[in-house]
Design a protein around this ligand. Structure first.
Ligand code: HEC
Length: 506
């Protein structure tokens, strides 16, 4: 067959074009290389370094080759209507663009891995880049056969190229780099929202000291500077009150009944509209009480903490900061739960940064230990990440591993968590074969295994965890028989229901 074989569409491959099998092999390998890169290069936000780094750093330079080549192709195709030689050149440049695009994708992935970049915009940019390389391969491949499909693919590929390039620009220069200098009228006409200037609040005000931190902790991941779900952002005071898409004000100062924010917070956790959405960490009842009280008082931005005298006790306690009651006379003095980890401060900061987790101090006494929070990093927190915590493990008293990628094999890494009291493992792929490890956690009082694949058989591994006070198994594969078996062995453990029950009437 080869160069002049007629095709189904009746077109003839032009002389000089590459034979069919060759095109198939080259186009296929290009696509294969892109897919292999996308699958094989793991982006975990950790800067892995290494000698490939220099190749990654060349991405911003290399990426311009396929861009220029691809942009030239439609120009030459059009000009080729008058000067056919240019059309020939278009095919040649398209062929050159293909390896350049593949190399640029590889360099981009290596840049992200060696320098530890990640995030939603980066993912979009990478997907765009990979789509351009694959589009280039397909475009190059169909060119000899169908002008129509070719033209269509070329338009799509160049369109994707623009979009991917724009995302790349936003990554390096900031999302509003291009639109920022536009005149305000034009911005309004184009519905471009200006990023508001960051605001700061005095730590002596109720808002700055307590209200905003609560929102920051529970809501900013979706309603902050980076994301504005429902078109609602809370990081500036005006926007916080204004609300989002619904048009309903989120906060009406002094009016708790018409403040959408409070309504959303107080919905039933199974409600579609509840905030934070289902399964996301919720503010504590005291924190909700604080928001409630603050809005009722007029949602002041300036009210001083020192001026607050009349507020519900839980609110006063929050405003006073975490309180540790002074030891009453005759009682034992403060007993630290964990040892001194001050020498590990840098290590803790590094772990927080590279793993995207938080290691939060439980109280102002460092002796009360640390909370391990994986919220936001669940998708990239697995066995390997848990194993990296070995050095700080003895200082962690509570570990929120729910929703992470942790597996049975990874549980062994919990051994050094000698002071762990609360362990969240719900919504993980655990089957429970290694639950025996938990025997080695003498202080464990709370264990959540909801929505895992743990079965009755595996549960028997817990029979020697006599200190366990609360155990949750809802949505696991444990049966009522398994529960009663365990209850007999662990009479002091409160085991949550495994089936839906109605809450007892108050
Ligand atoms: C995991 C993401 C996520 C978190 C965390 C989150 N929200 Fe939302 N929020 C959304 C989404 C998505 C919408 C839009 C859909 C809707 O209205 O239900 C929304 C909408 C809202 C709205 C309605 C805005 C409007 O006028 O349309 C309010 C009010 C709100 N959230 C309050 C909160 C508060 C308060 C918190 C923190 C306690 C919070 N949200 C945390 C995802 C989140």
């Amino acid at each position: 067959m080869a160069a002049t074989a007629p095709t189904a569409a009746g077109h003839r491959a032009r002389p000089g074009s590459v034979p069919f099998l060759w095109r198939l092999a080259v186009g296929g390998s290009a696509i294969g290389l892109v897919l292999a890169a996308a699958r094989g290069v793991q982006l975990d936000g950790v800067a892995h370094g290494g000698s490939w780094r220099i190749f990654g750093r060349l991405h911003p330079v290399l990426v311009h080759f396929p861009i220029v080549l691809l942009l030239a192709v439609p120009v030459l195709e059009l000009a080729g209507r008058w000067r056919p030689a240019l059309r020939e050149a278009a095919g040649f440049l398209l062929g050159c663009a293909l390896p350049c695009a593949v190399v640029a994708v590889w360099a981009g992935l290596i840049l992200a891995r060696t320098d530890g970049h990640d995030g939603a915009l980066l993912t979009t940019h990478l997907q765009g880049g990979a789509a351009v390389a694959i589009g280039t391969a397909l475009t190059w491949w169909v060119r000899p056969w169908s002008r129509f499909v070719y033209a269509l693919l070329l338009i799509l590929t160049v369109g994707t190229l623009m979009w991917a390039a724009h995302n790349g620009g936003s990554l390096t220069h900031g999302a509003d780099y291009l639109t920022e200098p536009l005149p305000p009228m034009l911005k309004q006409a184009l519905h471009i929202k200006e990023a508001p200037a960051p605001e700061t609040y005095g730590a002596d005000t109720v808002f700055g000291a307590a209200v905003r931190p609560v929102l920051e902790k529970n809501c900013f991941s979706c309603h902050g500077p980076e994301k504005q779900k429902g078109d609602y952002r809370m990081d500036t005071f005006a926007a916080l009150l204004a609300g989002g898409k619904s048009g309903v004000p989120a906060i009406v100062p002094g009016d708790i009944l018409h403040s959408e924010l409070l309504r959303r917070l107080s919905l039933d956790v199974t409600d579609e509209k509840v905030m934070p959405p289902k399964r996301k960490p919720r503010p504590t009842p005291a924190e909700v009480a604080l928001l409630h009280w603050w809005i009722k008082q007029g949602a002041s931005r300036t009210l001083q903490v020192s001026a607050v005298t009349n507020a519900p006790p839980e609110v006063l306690a929050l405003l006073a900061g975490p309180v540790v009651a002074p030891a009453p006379e005759g009682e034992a003095p403060y007993q630290p739960r964990v040892g001194d980890y001050s020498a590990l401060r840098d290590e803790i900061a590094r772990l927080e940064k590279t793993l995207g987790i938080r290691l939060v101090q439980v109280s102002q006494h460092s002796g009360d230990g640390l909370l391990l929070r994986t919220r936001g990093a669940e998708a990239r927190f697995g066995d390997a990440e848990l194993a990296q915590l070995t050095r700080v493990a003895p200082f962690i008293v509570e570990a929120e591993l729910d929703g992470t990628r942790i597996t049975d094999a990874g549980l062994a890494a919990l051994k050094p968590f000698s002071n762990l009291t609360r362990l969240h493992l719900e919504h993980t792929a655990l089957t429970g074969t290694t639950l025996g490890v938990l025997k080695e956690l003498p202080k464990l009082t709370y264990l959540n295994l909801c929505a895992t694949r743990v079965t009755d058989d595996q549960l028997s591994a817990l029979t020697s965890s006599a200190g366990l006070q609360q155990l949750y198994l809802f949505g696991s594969q444990v049966t009522s028989g398994g529960v009663s078996g365990l209850k007999a062995r662990l009479p002091n453990t409160q085991i949550g229901p495994i089936e839906l029950t109605k809450d007892p009437a108050p």
